[in-house]
Design a protein around this ligand. Sequence first.
Ligand code: MCA
Ligand code: AMP
Length: 503
Amino acid sequence: MNPLADAIVEPLKDRNDAVLIDPDGGELLGSELHQLSGRIANVLANHGVVAGDRVAMQTEKSVPALALYLACLRAGALFLPLNTAYTAAELDYFLGDAEPRVFVCDPKVEAALKPVAEAKGSAVLTLDPQGRGSLSNLASAEPSDFTNADRDTDDLAAILYTSGTTGRSKGAMLSHGNLLSNTESLVEAWQFTADDTLLHALPIFHAHGLFVAVNTLFRAGGKLIFLPKFDLEVVLSKLPEATSMMGVPTFYTRLLGDARFTKELTGHMRLFISGSAPLLAETHREFEDRTGHRILERYGMTETTMNTSNPYKGDRRAGTVGLPLPGVEARITDADTAAVLPQGETGILEVRGPNVFKGYWRMPEKTGEEFRTDGFFITGDIAKIDTDGYITIVGRAKDLVISGGYNVYPKEVETEIDLLDGVVESAVIGVPHSDFGEAVVAVVVKQVDSAITGEEIQLSLQAKLAKFKCPKSVFFADQLPRNSMGKVQKNVLREQHKATFVK
Ligand code: MCA
Ligand code: AMP
């Protein structure tokens, strides 16, 4: 038995229809994808990968990259996808913490990353954006037959790193049972079937594009129009071939910004789903006015995959994230006392269910801090539950910026800014941005004699941090506003700089 491989990989074996369609219309049959996953699983085994080992990947989206995920499931390895924007400095930490047996990267960065990876005991293989590289070369010489590793529901299938409000990134450990239960729920809740073709423009290094999209469609027997990234022109041209689409709010605001996105273009579509960041109620309404479709908004986290969803049939309420998925319990607690609050009151959202992760990799203390003794996970989101069960996310207790669906923890950016010569201290905030929802901005107090400029700060940060974390604007201040407890009042800064990117 291998719960996830049995559910989403093995059914591909007998599929002689296309499961992946590339932007030029090229098709890959289910049986071909299954064979490729077997060849790659053999390459992993040749590199000593056994069940429980980690396999890390930092590559652009390609068919072999997706097949590597499926191969890991078959081999019982823990798939560890990494954002392509991460710098060598960030990778050093991830590889050191996860100690993957194999690390797959782009050939362009192989020379730079090989010493880092090898020092951590990882063998390095390559895949370029077209799916070429040593992994594909080795796979082509391997047989496609592979005997899947035996796995249990509680065995881990993946580790996804997520930053934290303090300290280092944490690897969220997701088991076969976590992912499979969520996949089954989503197929049912969103009524995916073998007739579905999902327009897939999300990255596959996050839970949204990988688990929510790929697992669900493969479980339902559907197919993916597998685009390398979100490119407005390509998405508009491929929509007529799709039945459904999943995206972050930025996808939908970009589509609405184009006059070619009309009722006629979308009339045949079954479903548009949004998540990873708040979808403004006005975007929801504008979308309905333009297309006649009500976007289905859902809410999740890397640690839990999907928790709640607006109904497929029934009222999809703008500004809410719907109801808990079957098997998921949600409650609201007081931020200070942890007491469960009556319905309708605003507090911290906590969730419990088969979808909730097994803890943070090698961080038992951190794991303990984020769970209640009765098994509820503290999401850090501030929410309320209406009398009819609909949940509205009203804010975040965690100091987090979500930009275009990517999470940025201000603490991580502030730490790097504060290390720069001439800087006394800094505060990093999120401000409204018409494209990314929120954009990262830094407010910096410099030493009186320092001539450091905003551009210099931005450039220094880019060497260390993924570009999406770097401030899009830097402001200088004589001092940071503080409350009587000495805590920086970020709400004051957010108010001061709220018009930086929007009028
Ligand atoms: C790119 N840039 C960004 C972002 N993306 N800056 C801030 N925030 C971003 N999200 C910067 C690049 O560094 C670059 O900067 C410039 O924008 C253009 O880069 P490009 O790659 O061309 O950008 P893009 O193609 O326009 O990408 C925007 C995007 C992309 C399509 C919104 O970020 C995206 O696909 N986001 C999806 C993220 C996602 O899948 N999240 C799911 C998390 P410069 O020009 O200065 O060099 S999983 C999750 O949250 C849970 C489980 C859930 O609920 O789903
Ligand atoms: P991540 O760590 O990337 O999985 O991000 C999870 C966070 O994204 C959640 O804790 C929420 O703050 C946010 N999020 C995800 N979906 C939604 C949504 N539909 N509305 C508001 N926030 C969301």
